[in-house]
Design a protein around this ligand. Structure first.
Ligand code: PDD
Length: 286
């Protein structure tokens, strides 16, 4: 079934969903995005994604074209028109089409380009990968220095994903100055006893919306949380490891650079956090 895609105020069949070749998103990767999960036709942690969208836009001196209420209406309409039960809503906002190529931002600003589309993933919350756990390899983190802004410049994470695929594993953990930053499109964690260790927030990593919720639920469940960097060697020697993202929720990591983590099976704490996360977030889905 052809999707209906939102482009600058209109829902159009996906074949007609086009933007200009002069769009700064296309020429300069000058745009930001959000991926929000849909479970049972409802949006997971919509408010969190709205807050981060506003922050990403502000960091790039772009005006937020819509209020949170307007975004919610657009997201809901996109989900309904495409009859999505489980899946994702992808939103991209770029600095728009100045009509030519120029490094300087257009002044005065031109209207932003707004695109919203859905990806249907029936049974998203029951993904087999979550039961089996992911194997990961490490790669150097050579991305730019503002990874806290959710921009569409995803070439290096794509390259890292291809390195992982070539190694027949599920993902790559990026390492800078000997310390793990994050996965290609997720935040990284290790577990020692009852303690969850994950890198602290800074400009070095994306401030995951799932991360914020999971750490809150972990603390509520009397798990200890330590926010600091860790090495691949420490992760390989941990009891458990896992990742979080809006699309993978909490997914155990069972192997790092060919070394099994803990028993080499998904860890009990990661599985429990996944269950808590999915339960709690579905209660508050809108
Ligand atoms: N990726 N780190 C990076 C580099 C990411 O790209 C993502 C999300 C995360 C997790 O953030 P959140 O919990 O808010 O999804 C961390 C999305 C899912 C993507 O690009 O598809």
């Amino acid at each position: 079934m052809s999707r209906l895609v939102y482009v600058n105020g209109n829902f159009v069949p996906e074949a007609e969903a086009v933007v200009s070749v002069f769009d700064r998103g296309f020429l300069m990767a000058d745009g930001v995005y959000e991926v929000t999960s849909v479970l049972g036709g409802k949006l997971i942690d919509f408010a969190g994604h709205c807050v981060r969208l506003a922050r990403s836009l502000a960091e790039l001196d772009m005006t937020n074209p819509h209020s949170d209420a307007e975004w919610l209406a657009l997201f809901r309409q996109t989900v309904e028109l495409n009859a999505v039960v489980d899946g994702m809503v992808y939103l991209q906002v770029t600095r728009g089409n100045p009509g030519d190529r120029d490094f300087a931002y257009p002044n005065p600003a031109v209207p932003p380009t707004v695109v919203i589309f859905t990806q249907s993933k029936p049974g998203l919350a029951q993904s087999p990968a979550a039961k089996a756990g992911w194997k990961v390899i490490s790669v150097p983190d050579i991305r730019w220095g503002r990874r806290d802004i959710k921009t569409v410049q995803l070439l290096y994470p794509s390259m890292a994903k291809m390195v992982a695929k070539a190694a027949h594993v599920d993902d790559a953990w990026m390492v800078e100055d000997g310390m793990v930053t994050e996965g290609t499109s997720n935040n990284a964690y290790i577990v020692k006893g009852n303690r969850i260790i994950t890198r602290h927030l800074s400009q070095d990593i994306l401030h995951g919306i799932t991360r914020a919720a999971v750490l809150r639920f972990a603390r509520e469940a009397q798990m200890e949380v330590e926010e600091r960097p860790f090495t691949i060697a420490e992760a390989q020697g941990a009891d458990e490891a896992f990742i979080t993202s809006a699309s993978a929720f909490v997914t155990p990591v069972i192997e790092i650079d060919e070394t099994p983590v803990g028993t080499g099976n998904p860890g009990p704490l990661a599985l429990r956090l996944r269950e808590i996360y999915l339960d709690e977030m579905q209660k508050t889905a809108i």
